[in-house]
Design a protein around this ligand. Sequence first.
Ligand code: ZN
Length: 185
Amino acid sequence: MINQKKIEKAIKEILVAIGEDPKREGLKDTPKRVARMYGELFSGLHKDPAKELTVFHEEDHEEMVMVKEIPFYSMCEHHLVPFAGKAHVVYIPTKGKVTGLSKLVRVVEGFARRPQVQERLTSQIADCLMKQLKPQGVMVIIEAEHLCMSMRGVKKPGAVTTTSAVRGIFQKNAKTRSEALALIK
Ligand SMILES: [Zn+2]
């Protein structure tokens, strides 16, 4: 579990280490606030997003199901600053095995609320869907801005990084893949 007391102590030490006074008015409650916030931002570490994915049966539906622009916020594990953007999830069910829109949103959130890198976030979502729904294929595309790049001026602010994870039929069949891509664009 997340130890908020330990986070509090650590944040206080960081403040001292950068030459701040953790006792001054504006900062005195900061360690506590950060600890509470981290508790929320990293809550995904202690949950199994697969459990969110309830399967419904919709008779013999074997057409593409797509949920575009699922907003998410995550934390870059290299710098502990946010990266945020949108996830697009596409899958083709097997024999009508589908899941609800809100379930997909929770899976994205569950994996996002951990120290993350965008590539892993993308494939974890795809693999979770493959495992739970056993669909014919899954494609996940994530577009995100990384504050560790924007804030430090390595890249232009607003620069968007795109990653994709392709599984099953989307991997084998170029036509199906480009059909999905066309729908996302
Ligand atoms: Zn980073």
